[in-house]
Design a protein around this ligand. Structure first.
Ligand code: GLU
Length: 463
């Protein structure tokens, strides 16, 4: 088959830290673009910096991708296992004069830069060894023999046409003196070998792109198309950092965010579809396009994320939500929650919870054998005064009225109190809290046996 090649994108993080919001947004745009076009998404770990790359970061990035449901079609590839390919490419370029050995010492280079600055030019490598025909030597590096005239032009799919004069680009190093390939060389060789058609990445890489395009050409390959996405700022318009909330994606999992909410939020960081705010994953795949990625930085807003999460908690299937709650309940010491109770409680609790941590907090009283009494609830509502009310409510429950609500109203009347006066002590007795869903809902969740047991316990505690 001929024609345009099938879309292939990639996400190539360096495992020198956890996956952050910016990286996750880059991954998502690549994933959505590939899925939208029925293409393929490659995952590659750029772990050539052996000193800073750590296995634990590899694992945490893989876990974060899995949590967000960004599945890849190829990979994970590890650059550290592809050294031979990089060395072969360098060999090839040395062989056809696209690269050369450079013997300049750090002092030489410093002097060249100083001389360029003194002459009012950009401080850069002078090209001293370019035509010397030097060979390999201790401390030598291999440099790219870049064109000295003309310009490198590309049409960025977000930023539009970009042109850089080639004499502004010095001959970049391809092989370091320790024998390791540089990022530029490895990334280009990989993108060629893996057949990448679109490179979508943060705009901190814009200035690398002309250099990489020259390398693609020197290796007789057609460069992919590039889309550079503006950075993400915090709510105060400063660079996104810890003070704007968690920055590692995986921390959002432990804080009780749903992957669907995270994906929705990440997609909206730089991409839009009219003024729509809520998108299912399938809608994102259907609608995503680079034409609607904005040119200006986007702002991450933790409150917006909480609101989105609240929305997704309310719209997630209850059985699925119960499953998601397992680790959060475990954190509260509830290892094996009674599923029937949990399923009965959740529909009454979701509107109160913005995170799964909050949802677990609201579910806790129904899942414990005995509710934990909050000191304030007890002091305010489980008092000598409330004892007759609780006793009367217990007697009423024992008498099994056909309809609880009218019977409670009757009871309040008989006790000479407003029906509302019964609720706070009942709520405290049944949940140990001052806040919960309506008391009748609480009773329905617990069932009459447990309601009676809790009322008895509360009354006993007042003896
Ligand atoms: N490893 C690079 C990074 O994490 C990848 C850059 C690229 O997409 O080419 O920034």
């Amino acid at each position: 088959m001929s024609g345009t090649p099938r879309v292939k994108t990639r996400f190539p993080p360096s495992p020198t830290g956890a996956l952050h919001l910016g990286g996750a947004r880059t991954a998502l745009f690549n994933w959505l673009f590939a899925r939208h076009h029925g293409g393929s998404f490659v995952f590659r770990l750029e772990d050539t910096d052996r000193a800073r790359s750590k296995d634990e970061y590899v694992t945490s990035i893989i876990d974060a991708m899995a949590w967000l449901g960004m599945n890849y079609d190829e990979g994970p590839f590890y650059q550290s296992k592809r050294n031979e390919r990089y060395l072969a490419a360098i060999e090839h370029m040395l062989g056809n004069a696209k690269a050369y050995w450079c013997h300049c010492s750090p002092e030489d280079l410093e002097a060249q830069r100083a001389a360029a600055s003194a002459a009012g030019k950009k401080p850069m490598y002078s090209g001293k060894c370019r035509e010397l025909g030097l060979g390999q030597a201790k401390g030598a590096v291999v440099r790219f023999r870049g064109p000295l005239d003309g310009a490198t032009v590309f049409d960025d799919l977000v930023k539009g046409p970009i042109s850089v004069a080639n004499n502004e680009l010095d001959d970049l190093i391809l092989l370091r003196s320790d024998g390791s390939p540089t990022y530029h060389l490895a990334v280009v060789v990989d993108d060629i070998d893996m057949g990448i058609t679109h490179v979508i990445r943060g705009d901190d890489h814009v200035s690398n792109t002309p250099r990489q395009i020259l390398l693609f050409k020197a290796l007789d390959a057609t460069p992919p198309l590039f889309a550079h996405v503006p950075m993400i700022l915090g709510a105060d318009k400063g660079k996104l950092s810890k003070r704007h909330g968690a920055t590692a994606v995986i921390d959002y999992e432990t804080e009780g965010f749903l992957p669907a909410a995270m994906l929705n939020m990440l997609a909206r960081l730089g991409w839009s579809h009219g003024d729509q705010e809520i998108f299912s994953v399938q809608e994102l795949i259907d609608l995503f396009s680079l034409e609607h990625v904005g040119k200006s930085p986007s702002v991450f807003d933790q409150d917006k994320l909480l609101n989105l999460n609240h929305h997704y908690i309310q719209h997630t299937d209850i059985a699925k939500l119960a499953d998601m709650l397992t680790p959060f309940l475990r954190n509260l010491g509830i290892e094996q929650p009674d599923r029937t109770t949990l399923l009965a409680a959740l529909p009454h609790l979701t509107q109160r919870a913005r995170t799964l941590v909050e949802l677990a907090h609201w579910a806790e009283p129904y899942l414990l054998d005995e509710p934990k009494m909050e000191a304030e609830a007890k002091a305010k509502f489980l008092t000598a005064e409330s004892k007759p009310l609780l006793q009367a409510a217990l007697d009423l429950m024992e008498s099994q009225p056909p309809q609880l609500e009218p019977a409670m109203k009757e009871l309040a009347k008989a006790l000479g109190v407003k029906p509302g006066a019964l609720f706070p002590p009942l709520r405290a007795a049944l949940t140990g809290r001052q806040a919960s869903p309506g008391v009748y809902e609480v009773m329905a969740i617990l069932g009459s046996q447990r309601v009676k047991k809790r009322l008895k316990q509360a009354i006993d505690s007042l003896r």
